[in-house]
Ligand binder design. Sequence first.
Ligand SMILES: Nc1ncnc2c1ncn2[C@@H]1O[C@H](COP(=O)(O)OP(=O)(O)OP(=O)(O)O)[C@@H](O)[C@H]1O
Length: 333
Amino acid sequence: MAIVTAENLAKSYPVALKDPGLAGTLRHFLARKYKQIEAVQGVTFQIAPGEIVGFLGPNGAGKTTTLKMLTGLIHPTAGRVEVAGHVPFRRESDFLKKITLVMGNKQQLIWDLPAADSFAINGAVYEIPDAELKKRIGELAEMLGLGGKLTQPVRKLSLGERMKAELLAALLHRPQVLFLDEPTLGLDVNAQMAVRDFLREYNRRYGATILLTSHYMADITALAERVMLIHQGSLIYDGGLQGLLERFAPYREVRLELERPVSREALERHGEVAELDAHQARLLLRREVLVEKVAQLLSELPVADLEVREPPVEEVIGRVFESGAKVETASSH
Ligand SMILES: Nc1ncnc2c1ncn2[C@@H]1O[C@H](COP(=O)(O)OP(=O)(O)OP(=O)(O)O)[C@@H](O)[C@H]1O
């Protein structure tokens, strides 16, 4: 049974069109003209309880719009959406108790008050008994390594501490489904790792379902086994990270250490040269010829060492989005 279902979910925004100049402005007031921006164009997916899914796409692809429809902040133009047994747009209180939305670029904590005061407000909003609230704050603060920071005004916290406190506030009502939009935005590498570890542990401990977007590929590879790629409002891939590599990167990267320099032409006979200097080279070889080509490289070139790797996933995804290729909707999940 899915906990999140989206079926042909679509959203278009009307955007006002205005001719340039004063006359255009006047005309615009008299007879407004609009065009529709198709931000999300018929997206279909399901997420099972307890899954962690990475939601990836370039700027403007439709990620935030999708998350807003899943959390009921905006009404879909078409399609069906159901989350934890509710129609999100109705924003029923039972629904709001089951979900949370964290946006890395928005904050809910009150700037001049200690985070603990904001937690008390959340406790009242979600009707959490005092003793239970205290217990949950203690538990989450420990998981996040936030002890001692909660009585200082939020404005005195570092960015990483603030994000952790935001997460704590967003999870006090113990939601089953977490929608996280760039939860590590702007954080340094250590803070990113701490947030990641926390989310993994939270998922494990409470069986929570997590859908997250991030520009940091490391967040996705560390947390999500499944990724959904959205491009220009359409899902172009939904499946495992491994499957993504197989589908979009039908090649392997071969790193060579060379006993002496070889010419680029000598290497190009075997595959695409990604990098070459006096004692090292990086070649891209199609998977189906890999074994045969590696044997040739070893026999024909002064190879001191050779290593075969999968291409880095961020490079593969970067290529997919750059090429803008229309890929058939995947259903490998
Ligand atoms: N309120 C709005 N009115 C008009 N157009 C909008 C509105 N919100 C988003 N859009 C447009 O819809 C498209 C999708 O935007 P969305 O914010 O969902 O993308 P995104 O994938 O979250 O991008 P980013 O990674 O930059 O946050 C964009 O073309 C954007 O300009």
